[in-house]
Design a protein around this ligand. Structure first.
Ligand code: ZN
Length: 115
């Protein structure tokens, strides 16, 4: 399955009020979930740093996180977090108009753009 199919399936499984989930896409193109250690995981995400850095070392190409049953719009925290890893693509998984929706972002010449 492609990444976008995997992410869309994840979006369809989300329920309002759940903690945000997060992880990476591995070099093999698989979704790897990483523990969300945010102090208020319903409101945001912070990946367990050791697991995240290990995944990066292993060649992860992208991050993903969920906005459970919410619009996959970029939050200011998301923007700042993505800026720390400009070489990666960043996917936000949520629901828009009742449909599973994935928004993907990347940096092009230091500007964050939708991809
Ligand atoms: Zn977010």
């Amino acid at each position: 399955m492609t990444q976008s199919v995997l992410l869309t399936e994840l979006a369809g499984s989300l329920e309002f009020g759940q903690p945000e989930r997060c992880g990476v896409i591995t070099a093999a193109g698989e979704l790897l979930e990483i523990e969300n250690i945010h102090t208020d995981p319903v409101k945001g995400f912070h990946m367990d740093p050791l697991s995240f850095l290990k995944a990066i070392e292993d060649g992860a190409t992208a991050t993903w996180h969920t906005h459970p049953a919410a619009d996959p719009n970029l939050s200011e925290d998301d923007r700042q977090g993505f800026a720390q890893w400009p070489e990666l693509t960043h996917h936000i998984v949520g629901i828009r108009d009742g449909e599973p929706t994935v928004h993907s972002f990347a940096f092009v010449n230091d500007i964050l753009v939708t991809v």
